[in-house]
Design a protein around this ligand. Structure first.
Ligand SMILES: [Zn+2]
Length: 165
């Protein structure tokens, strides 16, 4: 066994889907405005309401859709357990981890990371990605905007991973 042996992997749901992908999102809240006056716990509670309130007001899910949330100062919070299937990209939830960065309101999909997010979020997101990669064999790291016609997370993840931001 080498020291770099493959991680055994994170499995999700009853079908035990192997987690192989990380997908990045943003909360699409403006960096100046009412969300700024909330504590991180209050921001998470608000996002949870968007996801769990019955339709049409909310999405009608049983919990927040993301596995991790990263605040403006880089603070990390857990949403769903990584062993649960998330709810963040239609058709790509099984076997993926959803990370939500607070901010990104009014962004477009090819903005530079630092136009919408902070250095602390950059550091925290990269560190979290490394931690997940150490736990499960990640083969793809992507952004919501690669799967849907939307700006989220407000930058192009493959470029950001190359450090172009
Ligand atoms: Zn998204």
């Amino acid at each position: 066994m080498s020291a770099k042996s493959k991680p055994s992997g994170i499995r999700q749901g009853k079908a035990r889907h192997l987690v192989t992908e990380i997908i990045l999102h943003c909360s699409a809240t403006m960096t100046t405005g009412w969300f700024d006056d909330l504590s991180f716990a209050e921001k998470i509670a608000e996002i949870t309401r968007w996801h769990t309130d019955p339709k049409p007001k909310g999405r009608g899910w049983r919990a927040i859709g993301y596995h991790w949330i990263i605040d403006r100062d880089g603070t990390l919070a857990r949403g769903r357990q990584m062993t649960e299937i998330g709810a963040h990209v239609v058709g790509h939830n099984a076997g993926s981890i959803g990370i939500c960065l607070i901010g990104g309101g009014g962004s477009s999909k090819r903005d530079r990371f630092l136009e919408n997010f902070t250095r602390e979020q950059d550091t925290a997101a990269r560190r979290l990605i490394q931690q997940i990669k150490a736990a499960t064999p990640i083969t793809k790291i992507s952004g919501h905007n690669e799967y849907a016609a939307r700006a989220c997370p407000g930058f192009f993840v493959p470029e950001w991973l190359q450090g172009v931001m």
